[in-house]
Design a protein around this ligand. Structure first.
Ligand SMILES: Nc1ncnc2c1ncn2[C@@H]1O[C@H](COP(=O)(O)OP(=O)(O)OP(=O)(O)O)[C@@H](O)[C@H]1O
Ligand SMILES: [Mg+2]
Length: 452
């Protein structure tokens, strides 16, 4: 008897140790083999309670067998008043119905599942309930993604994937960089041909310049021209000079470079018109001009004026920048504008410029208005997420493209040395500024791949 007990205990201990070791040494297969099925069972078993607690259930009238109390007055009860007899009966009763769950599908850091909305529910109801569901499931976060007619997909993430980010910014595809990771564990990819212009906002030390470094590192191996505007005296971008076709460190230089760029845009426009192309990607490969990515660090410096005499220069800069933004998409000039705060208080023209920058990245901010200013009138949950970014995680941001979806993300840390090395390694790819903005013959770059 004792032997059997010892054997059972020994087997249990061995199994527990085995499971512990499995989890310790191969967490991914442990998750798919053991962790996820257990979680899935728990989610299905508790969904009614969770949905009810989060206010997602609906009351429906359903036929049910129920116990009814029937008063009986009979001979046996002649002396008593009445006797109550319990009887089973079919009758319509109120029942609480949870929204129907689809199949739980495992992801690397959690799971996702479709939920069918009750009549009258909208995805916003689930966005409001998401935090409650996350607490009920004991996971890091639950997000509503992929909204379809009558269904939403809930995406649960068990732990914050943004504590450590290791990705390579280089994607090998023209005008595409991989700055970091999204909260759902997927790579964060910026494709300038889909979203051409980006606004990167955040308080000081929130990770704006690091993101610019990552973008430079990712773009450096590609056949394109990088241009830097660094009005902090050039301290940020000067180390990357070997890979920059032009670098402006004063407003006068910015105005001159923007003038060149606008002239170049007009030239590209003329070439496209001549060849009946709507944009440079419609041109024959041997006529396609080199793409230009213009990075602006601390945009406020461009707009701030010490006295009235600078007013003209500021107005010129604002107009030229706006023109570049408006025409850039079709003619392969892309803008990345970084700043602590990009609001109308900087001067006229800033709001119009901001409207052109359809890609948004909001790092930690000091005040809610900056988040609203950067992310626009997006889902309030995006603004809450941006406001909740703690100071001890620089590089964490909320990013939104033009399709209205948003993600928490974090850029990979690329020290200045990393970006500097990339700039030096790919210095031979740097087209001269005269070549970029020269005559339309000089800008022909047969090595620019077809991006159609
Ligand atoms: N993605 C990241 N991961 C880890 N650390 C980061 C990340 N991004 C930035 N940091 C750290 O935060 C510091 C500040 O970052 P960064 O210089 O990019 O901020 P900033 O927003 O440009 O600040 P400022 O407004 O002062 O220029 C960096 O020195 C770096 O150590
Ligand atoms: Mg900076």
């Amino acid at each position: 008897m004792n032997d059997t007990l010892f054997m059972v205990l020994g087997a249990l201990a061995a199994a527990a140790a085995g499971l512990w070791a499995w989890r310790r040494w191969h967490p991914a297969s442990f998750w798919y083999g053991i962790g996820f099925p257990m979680r899935a069972a728990l989610v299905y078993l508790t969904w009614r309670h969770v949905a009810s607690g989060c206010g997602l259930t609906r009351h429906r009238r359903r036929w049910r067998w129920s116990l009814d109390a029937v008063p009986v007055v009979g001979s046996a009860a002649r002396n008593a008043a009445t006797v109550v007899e319990h009887k089973r009966r079919m009758r319509r009763v109120d029942v609480e119905r949870a929204p129907r769950l689809g199949v739980l599908r495992p992801t690397r850091l959690g799971w996702r599942m479709r939920v069918r909305l009750h009549d009258g529910q909208v995805p916003a109801d689930y966005e409001r309930a998401a935090e409650g569901i996350a607490h009920a499931w004991r996971v890091h976060s639950v997000r509503v993604v992929d909204v379809g007619p009558g269904v939403v997909t809930l995406w649960a993430t068990m732990r914050d994937p943004l504590t450590e980010v290791t990705v390579t910014p280089e994607t090998g595809e023209l005008l595409t960089v991989r700055p970091g990771k999204l909260e759902n564990g997927a790579d964060w990819v910026i494709d300038f041909r889909t979203v051409p212009h980006w606004l990167i906002a955040g308080a000081t030390q929130s990770g704006k310049s690091n993101l610019a470094n990552v973008i430079i590192k990712g773009l450096a191996p590609q056949p394109l021209a990088l241009v830097g505007f660094d009005l902090k005296g050039g301290v940020e971008f000067t180390p990357y000079r070997p890979r920059l076709s032009a670098l402006a460190t004063t407003r006068a230089e910015c105005v001159a470079l923007l003038g060149d760029l606008v002239a170049e845009l007009e030239r590209r426009m003329a070439v496209c018109r001549e060849h009946g192309a709507r944009n440079v990607w419609g041109l024959p490969a041997d006529l396609r001009p080199v793409p230009v990515v213009l990075l602006v660090d601390e945009v406020a410096e461009l707009f701030l004026m010490a006295d009235k005499s600078e007013k003209d220069e500021v107005a010129k800069t604002a107009t030229a920048l706006l023109r570049v933004a408006q025409l850039g998409r079709a003619f392969a000039v892309y803008l990345i504008v970084c700043g602590q705060r990009i609001g109308s208080d900087l001067g006229p023209g800033v709001t119009a410029l901001r409207a052109q920058l359809s890609g948004r990245v909001c790092h930690r901010v000091n005040d809610p208005e900056t988040a609203t200013m950067t992310l626009g009138d997006m889902d309030p949950a995006a603004l809450d997420a941006a406001r909740a970014i703690p100071a001890e995680t620089p590089g964490v941001c909320v990013t939104a493209g033009q399709d209205g979806s948003w993600h928490r993300a974090r850029s990979v840390y690329v020290g200045e040395a990393g970006a500097e090395q990339a700039a030096r390694d790919h210095a031979h790819l740097t087209p001269a500024w005269a070549e970029v903005t020269g005559s339309s013959v000089a800008v022909l770059r047969p090595d620019v791949p077809d991006a159609a």
